[in-house]
Design a protein around this ligand. Structure first.
Ligand SMILES: Cc1ncc(COP(=O)(O)O)c(C=O)c1O
Length: 378
């Protein structure tokens, strides 16, 4: 039988990550199995999995919904979920987005700007007053905190509360924070969005996304569900099983990765080949007061710039033996990427390396970084 928390002592997020969305009938497997089905015997329950999902999909959604405090709809990738939100915007919609949003979001917004006549305002992530000044005049406020890749932090509670008061739809990309460090729906956001490909999945072996909708926002829920069903972005059973399995260990993975990231960021600050470090856990972070107030933890992403130019930064990366050069993030294994090499990211500092800190031993990670950063190419 499912364990019923008492209202005065709700289960903590670490416990929900492990326990929510499990089968409840005696005799069922402890974990929902991988239900591979498109079609069901008609008449009771699901009919066709593009619209109805499967047991596996519903279990994942129940777990994420419990963690974020809303109703989750899962997707075949983070971008599929994000696109479902933007696809609901009308011609001429007014949108405010951070000037450092994930490049996939920037691409969707730029497309809507040119094809749909959206009026887009791009604001610095941590300039709260400017967000508050415009919030009442937009159709959608899109937040991302901490941001990818500059790790800026915004005042999620203040902006979401202002949006809710003004009746404005507010969506937060919560991928970097995870629901363990930030729960935007508690502050009035309509949507909390994840690329579950990252920290939730945690093993770089799947694509998955999820949009969690605030309780009571029934129209918004129906609209997103409609997009998934008729856009056909329903996730597959294997990926969803893996995403849910990953979620079960997210609290311990994140704890370890964050602890590693905190020490590495501090040591990188003192490294002779490093010119600047961006990490929400450092007191020197430009929005460290917001970090303390809005985030439960600083996360496992560290971005830093190195002495020299793009070529020397690339050479340094080739010397890494443990940390893998790879674009994605949030896995148990540490990865690193020079972001400005990506198309559309040329505006970033040329030597900026974005590292996703994994669960390896801290000293092995540090030795790898120290060896690769120092040496002849200074
Ligand atoms: C912050 C953020 N949001 C959304 C996405 C998109 O997710 P996906 O690659 O699962 O479509 C990414 C991918 O890197 C991301 O970093």
């Amino acid at each position: 039988m499912a364990f019923e928390p008492t209202p005065d002592e709700p289960l903590r997020p670490e416990t929900l990550a492990v326990s929510a969305g499990r089968p409840e009938q005696l005799g069922q497997p402890l974990n929902h199995p991988i239900v591979v089905a498109s079609n069901f015997l008609s008449g009771a329950g699901p009919e066709y999995s593009r619209g109805d999902g499967t047991d596996t999909v519903q279990a994942f959604e129940a777990a994420i919904g419990a963690l974020e405090g809303g109703r989750a709809i899962s997707f075949s990738s983070g971008m599929a979920g994000i696109s479902a939100i933007f696809d609901n915007l009308p011609v001429g919609a007014r949108i405010v987005v951070p000037d450092d949003s994930y490049q996939g979001v920037s691409a969707v917004v730029a497309d809507g700007e040119s094809r749909m006549g959206w009026k887009v305002l791009r604001l610095p992530t941590n300039d709260t007053q400017r967000w508050l000044d415009v919030i009442g005049s937009v159709d959608l406020a899109w937040l991302e905190s901490p941001s990818n890749p500059l790790l800026d932090v915004c005042d999620v509670p203040a902006i979401c509360e202002a949006a809710a008061q003004a009746g404005v739809v507010c969506a937060v990309d919560n991928t970097f924070a995870t629901p363990l460090n930030q729960r935007p729906l508690e502050h009035g956001a309509t949507f909390s969005v994840h690329s579950a490909t990252k920290f939730i999945g945690g093993h770089s072996d799947l694509l998955s996304g999820v949009v969690v909708v605030a309780d009571g926002a029934d129209e918004a829920y129906d609209a997103i569900n409609h997009r998934r069903t008729f856009g056909g972005a329903t996730p597959g059973a294997l990926e969803t099983f893996l995403a849910l399995r990953g979620l079960r260990t997210m609290p311990i993975r994140l704890e370890k990765s964050q602890a590693n990231a905190q020490v590495l960021a501090r040591r990188l600050q003192g490294h002779r080949a490093v010119t600047s470090v961006r990490y929400p856990g450092l007191p020197e972070h430009p929005a460290s007061d917001l970090v303390k107030r809005t985030l439960g933890g600083p996360g496992a992403m560290v971005s830093f710039e190195t002495v020299g130019n793009a070529i020397s930064a690339d050479v340094r990366m080739t010397r890494l033996q443990l940390i893998s050069p790879a674009t994605s993030l949030g896995g148990v294994e540490s990865t690193i990427e020079r972001r400005a090499k990506l198309a559309g990211q040329e505006h970033l500092p040329p030597t900026l390396l974005r590292m996703s800190v994994g669960c390896e031993h801290l000293e092995d990670l540090w030795n790898d970084l120290d060896r690769a950063l120092g040496g002849i190419v200074d």
